[in-house]
Write a protein that binds this ligand. Sequence first.
Ligand code: HEM
Length: 317
Amino acid sequence: HPPSTWRPIQPPTGEPEPSAKFETSQSGTPAEVQAEAQIQTKGETTEPSPQTTPKAAPSGTHGGAAIPTFTLAEHESSEDEDDEDNLPPPSFPAMNSAQRTSALPAFVAPPPKPALMAPPPMRAPSSLMAPPPRIVPSNLRALPKPSQSMHVPTAGPLPNRSPLPNRGPPASNGSLGPPAAAGPSLKTPNARNRVLLSPGHSPLDWAHLQRSGKNLSGVSSLTRVTPAMLKHNNGRKGKPSWSSYQGKVYNITPYLPFHPGGEGELRRASGKDGGKLFMEVHPWVNWENMLGECLVGIMVTEEQTPADSNGSLEDMD
Ligand code: HEM
């Protein structure tokens, strides 16, 4: 329980002794305090000295002498007038406190609109984001035309590169391919009818062979090839295998073991125009680039070949 509070009340001028008013949470109302004080002061025998505190004594010892009494009644009026005592405890903070005063605008008026901050800029999608690129034919890379020659890089992957060939002995499970004695190529049951090329016959090996400077055409100079000549060089009975493509004749003999589709497939174009077969299987392959060093000459009619010449192009003029 909180301690009792007391407050001295100044007596009127000339009052012999102070009086006290007690307000306790336990002692009850001021009327009860007053009654108690009256009891204590009854029976005083002598005139009270202004300097001493009245003593309480049994009521019968003084023979019924008048015993002065005093009460706190005269203070009750002031007590009643003391409105502050009846006021409820002030709420915190006080209504006139600086704390309330300083915070008053916040309670009274809502915070101002975000006038201190610039409003967010209106988003114009076209100014913040670049439009997606348009897909127009000019942005697309053109596919190489069959007539264009393809540059063969000296390093890195080759166009239309086939899997690396087996360069070592076959593994015990045979997964690395056939032994070297199995021939230049072997048919395999893969989905694209590719063959396992024999060692040393990879596309890269072919690229190296084309740049070796060796004569892969089988002729000393570019030759005028008549249809009869093309048909004659069909690769059989030790004859070279020639094939024409877009008016040019190529000796495909050295390329046979390098052909990813197998020798047998390539031989189907021997002694004739191989363009149709070629385009049916792999139009993306650059014939001229693959067989550039194998160029024999150009196709001419039978009449364009002088009977007294060997068909060399130097003789045409
Ligand atoms: C004479 C010129 C020819 C050249 C230079 C040539 C070259 C090639 C090349 C580079 C590949 C690999 C293709 C790739 O990796 O995507 C290939 C595959 C193949 N070639 Fe040829 N080829 C020729 C003619 C032929 C002919 C005349 C046939 C059939 C009649 C043929 C049938 C195949 C087959 C079946 C494949 C395997 C399947 C494939 O890879 O798509 N090729 N050829």
